[in-house]
Design a protein around this ligand. Structure first.
Ligand code: ZN
Length: 162
């Protein structure tokens, strides 16, 4: 009994990790994550032209991402984010409130800049995940923070309050 339960939980965890369909602990079925091949990646007005990324590249980015485990995904996303302070606001000294973020994905060995919306869509992730990672990058963390999995109740609420 106990073993079956644990096995089910692990199976769901693995499926979620790899973007496959699964049934969560509340019995709700979660659909598989699919690459945004036909969708627009971001608004038509985006000057970065993210939607020019080919279907093939979208699919390979998406599947490579879901081959990673949770900590691998965080490390990968961390590497996509570049924080900088806009030059024009350097007069307002001291406060590091004005971080800007640039996002890059690797396509055919070349870094291509994309907007945040496209980054979310390309990897089927939420904007809040990016915000969370941005905070880590801006705080000067050298690499992605350890996963707080298994610690969801205490760990995650703590982060969210920030
Ligand atoms: Zn865009």
């Amino acid at each position: 009994m106990c073993c079956t339960k644990r096995w089910k939980k692990n199976k769901a965890k693995l499926a979620r990790q790899h973007g496959q369909a699964y049934i969560n602990s509340k019995g709700i079925s979660i659909p598989a994550k699919v690459a945004p091949v036909s969708a627009t990646l971001c608004g038509g007005k985006c000057r970065l032209k993210c939607s020019d990324i080919s279907q093939k590249d979208r699919t390979s980015l998406h599947s490579a991402f879901y081959d990673l485990d949770e900590s691998g995904k965080n490390v990968y996303l961390f590497g996509c984010i570049h924080a900088y302070t806009p030059k024009c606001s350097s007069n307002t000294s001291g406060r590091n409130r004005s971080w800007s973020f640039a996002y890059n994905v690797l396509i055919d060995g070349c870094r291509q800049r994309v907007c945040r919306r496209a980054l979310c869509n390309l990897h089927s992730i939420s904007a809040s995940k990016i915000r969370h990672l941005n905070a880590q990058v801006a705080a000067g963390h050298p690499t992605a923070p350890p996963i707080l999995r298994g610690n969801m109740k205490t760990g995650q609420t703590k982060w969210k309050k920030n």
